[in-house]
Design a protein around this ligand. Sequence first.
Ligand code: SAJ
Length: 396
Amino acid sequence: MGLGYIGLPTAIIAAKHGVQVTGVDINPKVVEMTNRGKLHIIEPGMEEMLQEVVNSGALKASTTPEVSDAYFMVVPTPFKGNHEPDISYVAAATRAVLPLLKEGDLYVIESTSPVGTTDKMADLIFGERPELKGKIYIAYCPERVLPGNVIFELVNNDRVIGGMNEESTTKAIEFYSQFVTGTLHRTNCKTAEMCKLTENSSRDVQIAFANELSLICDKAGINVWELINLANKHPRVNILQPGCGVGGHCIAVDPYFITADFPMESKIIASAREINNYKSFWCAEKVQNEMLKFELKNGRKPCVAMMGLAFKPNIDDLRESPSKQIVMKVMQSCNNANILVVEPNVETHNVFKLTDYKEAYAKADIVVMLTAHEPFKTLPYDDSKVILDFCGIYKK
Ligand code: SAJ
């Protein structure tokens, strides 16, 4: 249920390993594309695999679920309003399969979910189908793949599998062991739910630490890149890299699933979110200040190159990207004048007119490094320009 960034690759890999899969999505366009062997998401190497499993008949897509032996909820869990998690898609997907469930079936939630969601969905199922109590298997099994490396990680990563009871955990482990070669770790469903939120919150907190250091170092006149490199020479210190904020669909979202339910206890997790969000505003303001300084000094507006729109290096995924937000904020502040936008991994964009990275670098008075794409590292440091290096291209 759900043919998105995780559901579709999971369906493809399972089908490739001999499972007969019906991929269900409410979007008819996604279903139509999938059945034609066209990938609607961005993931290297995945389209070839999709064509293979569609041609062999192992995977077919549909807008409605069919009677099966195992059902997987892989739908989004966005926010509603004040960063409150919205599990209505999981509930809707569950309601859609409810009439099809029969004795012996396996029901698994993979969607990132607040603690207690699996129990809530079990209540929903048994409320409508009380005769199935004790007769079906229910488990929570989060994914933890890195976008861009999904084919490898879906198979090789360890997974945490938490059943409502021991039998459910065993049944889910049996299923996943058909295509996962990583270790499948047993637990209960609440721990498995919290484990997914913990993993991404942990990374968010660690990045926030690096971002906080970058703000301190900027004020203190210390090179943060050198500082972190030196501190990491300690055998038990491993600080991540600062950047222009945290983007993507996971790390900037999942911590709120903890803070919404445990507001009194989740102090560090909440602060990390604030710091990482603030870092993007801070970067945009830095750019605007440098533009003003340039104009006062030179009596003309500067040409500014904004380098990178993707949410992290060497990918073409612009979803929830802090770089993109910074570019938009800077452009709005100066009526789009003299701003060259660069994203070497994307050919065209419906909002931004894109410029080649070498051309933009050569023309610009102010160069703003937003995403640490590999090609940017080949550009020589030109100290006749103002260079704002937010992502450590030059480590200056
Ligand atoms: N970032 C930094 N500094 C760093 C590392 C990352 O600023 O040192 C930024 C990136 O630029 C990006 C953001 O953090 O904007 C997130 O990037 P990422 O590579 O850390 O993670 P994602 O969002 O691509 O994938 C994460 C992964 N989770 C963890 O590493 C704990 C992945 O394993 C999860 O499956 C995925 O979230 C998910 O779907 O939950």
